[in-house]
Write a protein that binds this ligand. Structure first.
Ligand code: FMN
Length: 188
């Protein structure tokens, strides 16, 4: 059986543990194949925010691409994927996607995801937000296949730890991508 390919991209916003939480949940799903790309900024935040080496993090995915390699498979629309999740998504990457300025693999893969009308989940993280950030996100949110999903805590789930928070947000992100996570608590 062919696996469903999902592109996971990590850019340089705070929230690298959310990327790890998403990848760990996806790894439990045998139907899915994780294709990972990490920006230079993403490498920085992984080093600052996760207790693991960069290579260890990259090893969590099934396939990992060099962000400079714009001739990689995910740079082409002919390479079939289920969609793409940018987690976390910096304001610089939002601006790049918004303007179609695809000068690295992450941006090109997002551009391809939009043009092929596949689902693109942007876990946009910055605070406070400037009019420029809001304008870019407002524009992207109008595209039917794009979801702007800021990593916001759900207090109603009564999280006991950072791990609980990350698990719940990862569940929300994957849910938006149409991927069901076991143990994700919904409001009843
Ligand atoms: C520890 C750390 C945290 C950062 N957090 C954010 C953030 O939450 N949001 C954001 O837009 N940029 C953040 N930045 C700045 C981006 O990393 C920077 O703009 C970078 O150029 C983004 O490039 P990229 O989108 O290609 O990864 C952070 C940088 C560092 C070093």
């Amino acid at each position: 059986m062919d696996k469903k390919r999902i592109v996971v991209a990590v850019s340089g916003a705070s929230g690298a543990p959310l990327a790890a939480a998403c990848i760990r949940q996806l790894k439990k799903l045998p139907d899915y194949e994780i294709h990972l790309v990490v920006s230079k900024g993403g490498e920085e935040t992984i080093l600052h925010e996760l207790d693991m080496r960069l290579e260890e993090f990259k090893g969590l995915a099934h396939v990992c691409y060099d962000n400079k390699n714009i001739s990689a498979s995910i740079a082409s629309g002919t390479y079939e994927t289920e969609g793409m999740i940018v987690v976390p998504c910096s304001m610089k990457t939002i601006a790049g996607i918004c303007s179609g300025y695809s000068d690295n693999l992450l941006l090109r893969a997002a551009d391809v995801t939009i043009k092929e009308r596949r689902k693109l989940i942007l876990v946009a993280r910055e605070t406070p937000l400037s009019p420029i950030h809001l304008r870019n996100m407002e524009y992207l949110s109008r595209l039917q296949n794009v979801v702007i999903l800021p990593p916001v805590i759900s207090y109603y789930s009564k999280p006991k730890s950072l791990e609980d928070i990350n698990f719940h947000i990862a569940g929300k992100i994957l849910d938006a991508a149409g991927i069901k996570v076991e143990g994700f608590r919904r409001w009843e």
